[in-house]
Design a protein around this ligand. Structure first.
Ligand code: FAD
Ligand code: DLZ
Ligand code: SF4
Length: 507
């Protein structure tokens, strides 16, 4: 008899470890453990989603004839960690072999490797590119740009391909996207699932144990099984996908979800299959229900970005998340954990994160991420924040997005230039600036938008690194054309702002 480990983000009936198991003889081990609920202060909604989905998945496995040893968080005898639970089950049953699907985090891969049991780690084949395929793609390349990897994935899957050529004559329709949005009463609303008994039990447990973590637990309406997650996808394809491309980068104070799919958490924990999700988007385009820029933009996020960042994380090794190539050392300000701020854009992004455990890509990249980068925050602290607060956050996908793409702490492996902007980008893509204490048009002075100050101070501080970058030369030329007194006022303003923030003042 072998122990078959199934983790909280491995909730698919065709996980590699389950495919390799013998349903009659082996024992599936699933465990709610303090080490996983506590390695960062997860948002209560994230813990609730995972525990509820784990309980439902275990019940299904049992109904399908599997023997499951399931440990609840409050079970007496809970060993407190995944390795501890495996050892406990091994001593109870006499088993000495474990089959596991490779976890999505180096921390846990290393912990399993240290067990005094024979552990077989199988590659997680829910992904389109295997580790070997990704590594082969990187071979001999100077730059690892997502766009070229994405084309390989389109060829491999045949998604949006016609006679070996990209449908619509182009690989990438981003040029047609990125429009600002207006409030629209008819914009799609996210699906909502009333908690059933399983979910209600988990909510009580999470409230009791993790009620002090940053984040609002109730109301909780997430999907917690594959059927519900499938309904979220159906709703997205029918109502939001047609405008997904157009408004992908837009931000509105009155609409937290816009035309996004909200499926990342379900993909990441195994309730939805990435290739099937993409095939649905492709079919919607083939039927004429959605335009090519929407279908292509959406499919690119999944077979392109999602696969690519996973490849980068595993290729980077166990120190991936500890990189800090820009040597940023400032502490993450309390405003990220909900302390009041006068910056309306950050106030909205953080409040939405607290309430929903969700923010869309541009809010993560160009509001919270952009600010942390231009303010020079330690990327390890930024990483811990993102890993904690989003319902879809698992290190294989969160760390490359945060440490690599957003904080440029990898020195430019993922991004060819840092994702930094002044307030004007935020003003163009959102309606945040109108209601802000600061004035987005002010470049200096007491009410100058902090993004305007910090943006130039960042470029000035990192001149040695970025001046020669052809994509940034124009910015340096603009900076150099400003008169010296103005430049001084900007740098002094940035320094004053950071000093205020550093001593805990409301900024
Ligand atoms: P949509 O906008 O509808 O996109 C569709 C799907 O594409 C998503 O569900 C997701 O699976 C995939 N996708 C889109 N962009 C990316 C990307 N850059 N990397 C990987 N997959 C992508 N995504 C996570 O799943 N987990 C994270 O922990 C996470 N952390 C992030 C941290 C930062 C700093 C940034 C900038 C991005 C992060 N992302 C993360 C990527 C992206 O923001 C989320 O996948 C997306 O916002 C999820 O919402 P959605 O399902 O509505 O996505
Ligand atoms: C995120 C998470 C949480 C909050 N709790 C559990 C848990 O109690 N048991 C479990 O098996 N998995 C949990 N997870 C998911 C793991 O942290 C995840 O599998 C690893 O980080 C690897 O991606
Ligand atoms: Fe954000 Fe600046 Fe706009 Fe205020 S003015 S919302 S700080 S970008």
């Amino acid at each position: 008899m072998k122990l078959i480990l199934v983790l909280g983000d491995q909730l698919s009936p065709d996980m590699a470890a389950l495919k390799a198991a013998d349903r009659e003889r082996d024992l599936v081990v699933m465990a709610e453990v303090g080490a996983e609920t506590g390695y960062v202060p997860h948002h209560p909604k994230k813990i609730a989603l995972i525990l509820a989905a784990m309980r439902k998945f275990a019940a299904r496995l049992e109904a399908d004839g599997w023997r499951v040893a399931y440990t609840r968080l409050d079970d007496p005898g809970n060993a407190g960690s995944i390795p501890g639970e495996l050892l406990r089950r091994a001593s109870e049953t006499g088993a000495s072999e474990v089959i596991a699907t490779e976890p999505g985090e180096w921390r846990l891969i290393e912990a399993l490797g240290g067990l005094p049991l024979a552990v077989t780690l199988l590659e997680d084949d829910r992904f389109i590119a295997s580790h070997a395929e990704f590594d082969a793609w990187t071979e001999g390349r100077k730059a690892l740009r997502m766009e070229y990897f994405y084309r390989e994935m389109r060829r491999k899957t045949g998604l949006l391909m016609e006679d070996g050529q990209p449908a619509g004559g182009k690989w990438n329709f981003d040029h047609d996207n990125r429009k600002p949005a207006k409030d629209d009463l008819f914009a799609p609303k996210p699906l909502w699932f009333e908690p059933d008994d399983t979910v209600a039990g988990v909510l009580d447990l999470v409230e009791d144990r993790f009620g002090g973590n940053f984040g609002t637990l109730r109301p909780f309406g997430h999907a917690t099984d594959p059927e519900q997650a499938g309904q979220v996808l159906d709703r997205f394809i029918a109502e939001a996908l047609p405008l997904f491309g157009d408004y992908q980068d837009a931000m509105l104070s009155g609409n937290r979800f816009l035309y996004h799919s909200l499926v990342s958490a379900y993909l990441n924990i195994g309730l939805l299959d990435p290739l099937e999700v993409c095939r649905r988007a492709e079919a919607a385009w083939a039927e004429g229900h959605v335009p090519i820029n929407a279908a292509e933009g959406f499919i690119r996020q999944i077979v392109g970005w999602r696969e690519y960042v996973r490849g980068i994380y595993f290729r980077g090794g166990s120190d991936y998340a500890r990189q800090n190539k820009l040597n940023h050392q400032r502490k993450l300000p309390a405003l990220y954990w909900g302390a009041p701020t006068r910056m309306n854009c950050l106030s909205h992004a953080v409040a939405q994160t607290r309430d929903e455990a969700y923010a869309h890509h541009i809010q993560r990249l160009m509001i919270t991420g952009n600010f942390a980068l231009i303010a020079g925050i330690d990327p390890a602290e930024v990483h811990e924040w993102y890993l904690s607060v989003y319902v879809d956050a698992f290190e294989w996908v969160e760390a490359p997005n945060t440490v690599g793409m957003s904080q440029f702490a990898d020195g430019g492996v993922i991004a060819s230039k840092p994702y930094v902007s002044s307030g004007s980008y935020i003003d163009r893509m959102s309606d945040y600036c109108g209601g802000c204490h600061y004035r987005v048009k002010d470049k200096t002075g007491a009410r100058a938008c902090p993004f305007n100050l910090l943006y130039w101070a960042f470029l000035d501080r990192h001149r040695d690194r970025f001046e020669a970058n052809p994509r940034m030369a124009q910015m340096y030329r603009t900076w150099d054309r400003m008169d010296a007194a103005h430049r001084r006022a900007v740098l002094d303003g940035a320094q004053g702002f950071l000093a205020d923030m550093g001593r805990g003042a409301e900024v």
